[in-house]
Design a protein around this ligand. Structure first.
Ligand code: G6P
Ligand code: MN
Length: 446
């Protein structure tokens, strides 16, 4: 089986490759093609993969290319993990918003809108090319903002594009751990849209054990989301929110923490990653060791400002291993390629699953997957407080998609102004001006 990774020079590729190396079963991936615009990043990442493969018999062959059409030809699966304008773009998304006093974050709020506005045109073109050159390929989209990017791509690829995220599985794993149950045996009742969802139940042998968590204060505050949100708020919700809801429920605090930091997350990673790719350019460097050290530092500092805002200390060591993305991506690929039936939380078209959204809205919900792809499972309706947020943010995502398709400044302003974390139309206008000044890709909005 042939896998193509778009953004193949990206830092997280070795995590995916490690999972491929561990897969010994029949019909596994035998050929990996890494596509990237930047040849030097491809060389750096290939060196890491080569060291990873050294001791493994029949390791998947790795080829690299900067030619998109060549990368797509013959692909059975395409992983999309591109970052348009790299971490420099991310740093600008964050900075412009923070300077206006609103949240500046990779995928949430104004920052996510700016990221979407420059990414959707690129991903739409890629989706068209895949539809033409690899019409039978399945596309697994990691590219953020994953919800709106998947929805924009689905207009060209239909149900053959599936968005994924590691935060719902991470949440499920942590809550199962706090309850002392095996995550593999648990069924998660999770619903929402990407980076905006709630775990409402956790079933073991057909029984919901989540209510038990709310009566056990120690267990409830023993894991990342419990510490972030606090026991009282979780009990008030009767659900455990995705960690990204911290930006909504504690907006002032998270904005203040981000404004107080000397660097945004994007600016920090820009420097860290630059150092890593420079280090790898030297001939005699131990590539895997350098990569793994950098990876660990990245994991340790993930959402550091949010943790600081509530003084909750460091991340748990079990949250530093990753295991999220590659598990979902590999599980999904195997389920489709080998008809291994599985339930996974994925970003797919709604088709009536959440009654408050229309059929084509991409939602993040548990799906049954087999050789025919994913099918969302029936879900209980969202409670009012959740439905309100989901509808508001989905409407923003739609405006971003339409602004990108039509090059419309007015729609881009409307997306910014109606986002729950932007508090004024004047701010929205200044945000778009600021983004257009900093990010030349946005000149198409008129
Ligand atoms: C999680 C989210 C991703 C996001 C990443 C950011 O994994 O699910 O969507 O891109 O965090 O991590 P970073 O290390 O880049 O801040
Ligand atoms: Mn994500």
């Amino acid at each position: 089986m042939r896998l193509t990774i778009l953004g193949g020079g990206g830092f997280r590729v070795p995590i995916v490759y490690r999972a491929l190396l561990n897969d010994r079963s029949e019909g596994r991936v035998t050929h990996v093609t890494l596509y990237d615009l930047d040849a030097s990043r491809l060389t750096a990442i290939s060196r890491v993969l080569k060291e990873q493969a050294a001791e493994v018999p029949d390791a998947p062959e790795v080829a690299v290319t900067t030619d998109l059409d060549a990368a797509l030809a013959e692909a059975d699966f395409v992983f999309s993990a591109v970052r348009v304008r790299g971490l420099e773009g991310r740093a600008a998304d964050e900075r412009v918003a923070l300077d206006e006093g609103v949240l500046g974050q990779e995928t949430v709020g104004a920052g996510g809108i700016s990221y979407g506005l420059r990414t959707i045109p690129v991903m739409t073109e890629i989706a068209r090319r895949i539809a033409r050159l690899a019409p039978d390929a399945w596309v697994i989209n990691f590219t953020n903002p994953a919800g709106m990017v998947t929805e924009a791509m689905a207009a060209h690829l239909g149900d053959r594009v599936i968005g994924i995220c590691d935060s719902p599985v991470g949440l499920g794993r942590r809550v199962a751990g706090a309850l002392g149950v095996d995550p593999a045996a648990a069924r998660l009742d999770y619903a929402g849209i990407n980076h905006l969802g709630w775990l409402r139940g956790l079933y073991v042998n057909g029984r919901d054990v989540l209510p038990r968590l709310f009566t056990d204060e120690a267990a409830l505050t023993s894991f990342e989301e419990g510490k972030l949100f606090g026991a009282d708020w979780l009990r008030a919700l009767g659900a455990v929110p995705n960690e990204y809801l911290h930006y909504y429920y504690f907006n002032r605090e998270t904005v203040a923490a981000a404004r107080n930091a000397d660097k945004t997350r994007g600016a920090f990673l820009l420097e860290q990653q630059r150092g890593f790719y420079e280090e790898l350019a030297a001939q005699d460097v131990a590539a895997f060791a350098a990569w793994d050290r950098t990876r660990l530092e990245r994991e340790e500092t993930y959402m550091a400002e949010n943790r600081e805002a509530v003084a909750m200390g460091e991340r748990d060591s079990c949250d530093l291993q990753s295991g999220g993305y590659e598990q979902v991506a590999l599980g999904l690929m195997r389920a489709i390629a080998r008809d291994e039936r599985k339930t996974l939380i994925l970003n797919v078209r709604n088709r009536g699953t959440l009654g408050v959204l229309d059929a084509d809205a991409v939602v993040e919900v548990p799906c049954h997957v087999d050789a025919n792809g994913p099918r969302p499972l029936a879900a209980d309706p969202l409670p009012g407080h959740a439905a309100g947020l989901v509808c508001a943010v989905k409407a923003v995502e739609r405006d971003v998609i339409d602004a990108a398709a039509g090059g419309s400044r007015a729609l881009a302003v409307r997306a910014l102004a109606t986002h729950p974390l932007v508090d004024s139309v004047s701010v929205a206008r200044r945000l778009l001006d600021g983004y257009q000044r900093r990010i030349p890709d946005l000149a198409y909005l008129r």
